[in-house]
Ligand binder design. Structure first.
Ligand code: CA
Ligand code: CA
Length: 469
């Protein structure tokens, strides 16, 4: 499980910092700050949160806690505003290391991927919950008698794309969102030695999948990236010659890819050509928003005077599009790691899950909410879980939104009471839980966006909200 970044043996886990800028708006510089954080020492052993996903008033966090003989699944539902625990769901399917690595909210359901050891060896597991954390489905697949683990999930709104390992190979499954039925499987063998895929995401500019991870040659780990079409046909393999492991990828509105991992952060063009590599930084979770890359990062373990390895401090790094660092935010005083697994984002705040060292040999969950954009004024309308299924959306009365697509994002023209109010621009990002519909012959990521419609098209909220006339 070392590649999951969750065990004490794991080499380095860098976290992904999310940077948000509203470049298309009159950009006011906003310094990210920790809004709240919670620590929770679930058991006397090693417990780790992996991924956070947001929907409505809640943040859902998935991971594991220690249980009799091994690990057990743990999913938490927390209040988005305060971090307070609302509900926890646990399941211990085997006496082995059962763990959950990533999550996704789509179509009003929470999808979670991970690994259990029910067959006596590790297998993939996919769980589906309603948003009150009631389990709706539990599907497994066990491609080999050896260690198989699912680590990452993304979706285009119609299919899930799940990435992980099957013994020493990379494995990607394409499943229908609706019923989890298996549509396609691809296994890749990047090297002769054990290799790991760590995460998968869709580049909205090309609609292609990027799987990032590592391969090992001559006892040295190095970054490895595969670009696939959505039939899982291989488009390109990229070995950029960076020591360590790539952990997470995010895309900007032009289709450039920002990859964070052990050993570096790097920028690629949409073909996978290296634009820039900076080996001074590392990260495990990446999110791009509004002109900035946010990377949750735990810097390298520190060696004390007595030669003891201690866990690093938790950090959020912010970069501009040239990969120049613009902020470094200390996330508390605890030492720990950010495993792979998404950061949640609600348009204002990031939600970042990881682990902290509670005492020698004992780790607990740690969850941060980090504001990266100013609080929205009371006047904008906030529209959550809006499904865009056509070019025109009516959201109750009297709001109507016309949707159009440009290369860099989704343009929403907002109309209320038959008056055009302005335009809002929705940047694509790799965590958009989206559904693809065709608009003017192009694939349009649409689906569960959180969209804020500003009267007048400006976030400064210079207009009072329209009231029913
Ligand atoms: Ca513990
Ligand atoms: Ca297996």
């Amino acid at each position: 499980m070392e590649d999951a970044g969750c065990s004490r043996k794991c080499v380095i886990i860098a976290s992904l910092a999310l940077v948000v800028t509203c470049t298309w708006l009159a950009a006011a510089q906003f310094t990210p700050s920790v809004r709240w954080f919670v620590t929770e020492d679930v058991s006397d052993g090693w417990d780790a949160g992996f991924a956070a996903c947001v929907s409505g008033d809640y943040v859902y966090v998935v991971g594991y806690s220690s249980a009799e003989g091994g690990k057990e699944f743990r999913v938490e539902m927390r209040d988005r505003a305060s971090g307070d625990l609302v509900r926890a769901w646990i399941l211990n399917p085997s006496e082995g290391r059962d763990m959950l690595g990533d999550c996704l909210v789509a179509g009003g359901r929470l999808y979670v991927v991970g690994t259990d050891e029910r067959p006596g060896n590790p297998e993939w597991v996919i769980l589906v919950f309603d948003l009150d954390l009631n389990l709706l489905a539990n599907v497994t697949s066990n491609p080999t008698d050896e260690m198989d683990q699912a680590l990452s999930v993304t979706s285009d709104g119609e299919y899930l794309y799940i990435a992980g390992s099957a013994s020493t190979r990379w494995r990607i499954e394409k499943r229908r969102l609706e019923d989890l039925s298996l549509v396609e499987v691809r296994t890749l063998e990047p090297g002769e030695h054990p290799t790991y895929i760590r995460s998968i995401a869709i580049n909205p500019a090309t609609s292609e999948l990027w799987g990032v991870g590592m391969t090992i040659a001559e006892s040295r780990a190095s970054w490895y990236i595969v670009i696939l079409d959505r039939d899982l046909e291989r488009v390109r393999m990229v070995a950029p010659g960076i020591e360590g492991a790539a952990s997470s990828v995010a895309f900007d509105e032009e289709g450039y890819a920002y990859v964070v991992g052990e050993g570096a952060v790097a920028k690629f063009d949409e073909q996978g050509e290296v634009i820039k590599v900076d080996r001074r930084y590392n990260g495990t979770k990446a999110l791009y928003w509004g002109g900035h890359l946010y990377a949750a990062s735990a810097t390298a373990p520190v060696i004390t005077g007595e030669g003891r390895r201690i866990l690093p401090r938790l950090r959020l790094l912010v970069f501009d599009k040239n990969l120049s660092q613009v902020e470094e935010i200390a996330l508390g005083e605890e030492r720990g790691y950010f495993p792979v697994g998404k950061m949640g984002f609600d348009g204002e705040s990031l939600y970042i899950a990881g682990l902290y060292e509670a005492s020698e040999g004992n780790a607990g969950w740690i969850i941060f909410s980090v504001a990266i954009a100013p609080p929205r004024a009371a006047c904008p309308w906030r529209i959550e879980d809006m499904k865009i299924a056509s070019t025109r959306v009516t959201f109750g009365e009297p709001l109507e939104i016309e949707v159009s697509l440009s290369r860099s994002g989704l343009l929403l023209t907002v109309t209320a009471f038959n008056r055009e109010l302005g335009e809002e621009f929705v940047l694509f990002n790799s965590t958009a839980e989206s559904k693809v519909v065709k608009v003017a012959g192009r694939g349009l990521p649409a689906g569960n966006y959180t969209i804020t419609a500003y009267p007048g098209g400006r976030p400064e909220c210079g207009f009072k909200p329209l009231e029913v006339e």
